[in-house]
Design a protein around this ligand. Sequence first.
Ligand code: GLC
Length: 536
Amino acid sequence: MNQEQTNYEWWQEGIIYQIYPRSYQDSNGDGIGDLQGILKRLDYLKELGITAVWLSPIFPSPMADFGYDISDYQGIHPLFGTLSDFDELVNAVHNRGLKLILDLVPNHTSDQHPWFLESRSSRDNPKRDWYIWHDSLPDGGVPNNWLSVFGGPAWEWDEATGQYYYHAFLKEQPDLNWRNPEVQEAMLNVMRFWLEKGVDGFRVDVMWHMIKDKNLRDNPPNPNYQPYMATYDQLLPVYSTDQSEVHELVLQMRQVLDGYDSRLLIGEIYLPINQLVAYYGIDGKGAHLPFNFQLLLLPWDARQIAAAIDQYEGALPESGWPNWVLGNHDQARISSRVGKEQARVAALLLLTLRGTPTIYYGEEIGMRDVPIPFDEIQDPQGLNMPDKNLSRDPARTPMQWSRGLNAGFTEGKPWLRLARDFSRENVERQQDDPYSVLSFYKRLIKLRQQEPALMVGDYIPVYSDAQLIVYIRQLEGHPRFLILLNLSHRPGYFKAKDSSMHGVVKIATVPEWEGNEVNDTISLGGDEGIIVQLSE
Ligand code: GLC
């Protein structure tokens, strides 16, 4: 299928880089990153070789969920700058040949958004039906058993108007009623506003939550619930998420985007593969990239990951373009999950699989989760379930730029503390070290972007066992590559079934290997990975 395609969209050929704006670069000493800070780092991003920058929310917000609670969809939070800073950023990004993707949070607003203030002002307010209001049950109880992702019931009682409203996340994040056409139109207009400003696409927050069962039926219990899990996992969210009507909404969003040239629609969706791929839409008219979080969620086990890649490749609809993610602002960082050495193998996997890779800021220097003392926890998910170790702060700490004051992130007090070892682990130091994680990422990105087989070629599984994953990337008329990854700490070898597997090592986690020839039996050390350019 791919070999027939000859023209690719920028987001098929490219690499996405996620910035958590609070933590990237502060420019005014308030300890919180901002747009002017990001502007200063665009040359770094260009040099890294990525294609598109996705910014987590930068809009006005009371920050109950650090910007995922929006009180004005068409402004910029003063902490981050102004609309004119934003215009400057779009231009500067485009001048460097890069793309800019914004976070769109359509499922819920802040409880301080004027829409909600109106909606809760009285039962007969014209915006009452913009949110999900419901009477209490005759016994005074909540309308159903749905739970909030951040702990506790998903219904909040409103004393003034005597009804409950639904919030999938915090009570400060009431869910919009997407069955109401006025809500649909209002949010599509938000998209148009930013598209007119030149943004190249959106990452749509919790896309699979957007519409709920019309009859608000109770969710069934989760038979696999364990006490260490978030309380939300006590139930299976079969009636509160992933309703079939959601696909009509995604189609509407896609149609707005298609009114502009080459814009990108990404969906944040945590679902099993078979449900996930439905978000590509009928005839591919859904999300271009429903985020594929398998590498984030699966145990780091060669057999399971190899099987998941095959399952995903097999489940993709014909026009569906794959994508892969190793980390984001909600999950533990890859270096902390699999260890520093193995994180390089993970990078090699991410950047050689078929499909658009997304890099989370700091991954490229091997940043690890930073332990945040209990009394410094800021994340509401952590604070609401204090006995469960669920805070997302450790993966959101300031970018480590240099050995200088606060790692070069801010001249003030950083909003979250820095890694203890930032004077050793930072961009400045890694930049000039050919053996650093940063140099490794740069070389991987460069090779991927130079070699059509790695960028858009087919994925052909070759071998996997308890330690190794081996595959080929190929595209007719271009050099072919064999990728070998050892996901374990112990040595292992790969013995090719035929003799055509010889070639030259192009990139290796141990760079001393590069340039050497390999033949049909290849031994890999623990935590090693290589890319071999095959001879014809
Ligand atoms: C998404 C965001 C997360 C946020 C939640 C509620 O999962 O990635 O950070 O807390 O939605 O908006």
